[in-house]
Design a protein around this ligand. Structure first.
Ligand code: SF4
Ligand code: SF4
Ligand code: FES
Length: 361
């Protein structure tokens, strides 16, 4: 086939969009998530095929031999701009949030994909307010779960959240109800997420391209000073080894986002990896070693004193009862370096394999 004048081979079953991506063609998408079945809802990915009267959605159209495709023409770009203007016209605060050609105000703390619509709106210099009329989306700010903000006034009905919950999480916790401007994302009986089968994995939040679903814990950091930085690491909670990005603002950890290119998780996380990180900066976290005095009361000590005391205790236990008297269980809340060190301590220090990690559970 030929894409934008370039001849290219394709594998059976590949879509035009997938081939175009391989060629680094920048075809815009909104309802597309490479981990999900193509949906064909937003039509932003339209391309022209020679011999066909109308543009087709490249994400749902299979490549065929001899096909001649154009991904960028003036007509396609105008079409995409109009589609975006229709989408944002029924989006709350679209005028403010997606000011024509200006960077968006959707806070990137909302989720990993939350900037997709606003970035496209800026790229296509959309004219907010060009289309007036009814608005869909019914915010569920009354949902008092601690993790997920359901701000559906920003929803564009791409259904990525519903599809990721079905296809990737297998949870089917959320669904689409209603038609047209009455379409809405809901749980069974239109209740709250905590009363549904939701496991709070956060996958819906991280795929949402508008920030309509948002990470409540991350949003606590909206007013913190400092730049957002992402640091790639591996979740220590279990043996799956999910890749995550730790999001920091200034010197504070403010969120965890899944790595979509993580080989073990491909963007998925469980509730622990996604939301259970408060212990890192918890006020009650020990900052000074404590040793117990003869009176049995713990008091602050220096690291040297505490380490000497611990070493004495371990030596005494091993001398009196043998090396197998010592058994260590490393915490899944500790960094990998600590897990490595504690197994080294047991294996090299005591010559046993009496070591485990709670993340094996
Ligand atoms: S958090 Fe996970 S389980 Fe809950 S609705 Fe979202 S995708 Fe489904
Ligand atoms: S909540 Fe987000 S992901 Fe779900 S349909 Fe709306 S815009 Fe799409
Ligand atoms: S990305 Fe192809 S129709 Fe939405």
């Amino acid at each position: 086939m030929t894409i934008d004048g370039q001849k290219v081979d394709f594998a059976p079953g590949e879509t035009i969009y997938e081939v175009a991506r391989r060629l680094d063609r920048d075809v815009p998408t909104l309802c597309y998530d490479p981990r999900l079945e193509p949906f064909g809802a937003c039509r932003l990915c339209v391309v022209e095929i020679e011999g066909q009267a109308r543009p087709v959605a490249s994400c749902t159209t299979k490549a065929t031999a001899g096909m001649v495709v154009r991904t960028v023409t003036d007509a396609l770009e105008a079409h995409r701009r109009t589609l975006l203007e229709l989408v944002i016209s029924e989006n709350r605060d679209s005028g403010d949030a997606f000011g024509a050609g200006t960077p968006a105000h959707v806070d990137p703390l909302r989720g990993a994909s939350s900037q997709e619509l606003s970035t496209l709106a800026a790229r296509y210099r959309v004219r907010p307010g060009r289309h007036a009329g009814a608005h869909s989306g019914h915010s569920r700010r009354d949902d008092d779960n601690p993790f997920i903000l359901r701000d559906y006034d920003l929803c564009i009905s791409c259904y990525r959240c519903v599809r990721v919950c079905d296809e990737r999480e297998g949870d089917h916790a959320i669904h689409v109800g209603g038609r047209g401007f009455e379409s809405r994302i809901l749980t069974e009986f239109e209740g709250h997420l905590a009363d549904s089968s939701c496991t709070f994995c956060g996958q819906c939040v991280q795929t949402c391209p508008t920030g309509a679903l948002a990470d409540k814990k991350a949003l606590r950091a909206v007013d913190l000073p400092g730049e957002l930085t992402k640091t790639r690491t591996i979740c220590p909670y279990c043996g799956v080894g999910c890749s995550v990005d730790i999001v920091t603002k200034g010197d504070r950890m403010v969120a965890v986002q899944p790595a979509f290119d993580g080989p073990a998780n491909e963007g998925a996380l469980c509730v622990k990896g996604q939301f259970a990180w408060d212990h890192v900066q918890h006020d009650e976290r020990l900052r000074t070693p404590l040793v117990r005095g003869a009176d049995g009361v713990q008091r602050p000590a220096t690291w040297d004193e505490a380490l000497d005391r611990a070493a004495d205790g371990f030596r005494r236990a091993a001398a009196e009862h043998g090396a197998k008297a010592v058994y260590a269980i490393a915490s899944g809340r500790a960094p990998h370096e600590s897990a490595y060190t504690i197994q080294k301590f047991i294996r090299a220090g005591f010559g046993t394999n009496y070591i485990d990690n709670c993340s094996r559970a």
